[in-house]
Design a protein around this ligand. Sequence first.
Ligand SMILES: C[S@@+](CC[C@H](N)C(=O)[O-])C[C@H]1O[C@@H](n2cnc3c(N)ncnc32)[C@H](O)[C@@H]1O
Length: 209
Amino acid sequence: MIVHPEIEKYLEKLSPLAHPVLEEMQRLAAERNFPIIGPLVGRFLVSLIQFGHVHTVLECGSGFGYSALWMATALSENANITCIEYDPANIELAKNFFKKAGLSHKITFLQGNALEIVPTLSHTYDLILNDVDKEQYPPLLPLLLPRLRTGGMLITDNVLWKGKVTREPQDIPTRAIQQYTEALMQQKDLWSSIIPIRDGLSISIKLRV
Ligand SMILES: C[S@@+](CC[C@H](N)C(=O)[O-])C[C@H]1O[C@@H](n2cnc3c(N)ncnc32)[C@H](O)[C@@H]1O
């Protein structure tokens, strides 16, 4: 991890969860060794949603709904998150967690590959969270950009990839993340910055050009 474990522990201890169901989801992630954004990034997403007047969210790679549930706690009652997820079992788990949290009215699931589903979408979104398989980051980027409204935010998880991005890449996911992050930084209609929180989070604001 990027942040010193003691600092990470300290920050997590300071930061209450936005909903009790999140604790159950964290336990499940720990049991299954399933990668979730974790409470510090969850909390930061809530800040971005509140600051950015976000009403529509698209998440690509939503797992069993942990990151989506954090975001749902911050969205107004008539706002919506559309989640794209490969694995039907994860979608079932997410539906149950959302039901338990009383937040089902804020979520829509699309089962399948984000690379195939995103081009079929016609809306633009205020916030897009990208957390798909890392080798799919580069081909997904040009598909996501037309779906982001001007002034909206594209958030991407794992852009520092346990620090591996700083070294000559030995593997496909690391190279893909490097390519993606370079493309984010070069893109004329995006203003991107990288926050070294957890595994690295990029925030790209879509500019009017
Ligand atoms: C890192 S986990 C997501 C965790 C989730 N964002 C969270 O923090 O709670 C990645 C998820 O994306 C799904 N996934 C990966 N690539 C995908 C793709 N191209 N389309 C749809 N789902 C994908 C996987 O099945 C997995 O559940």
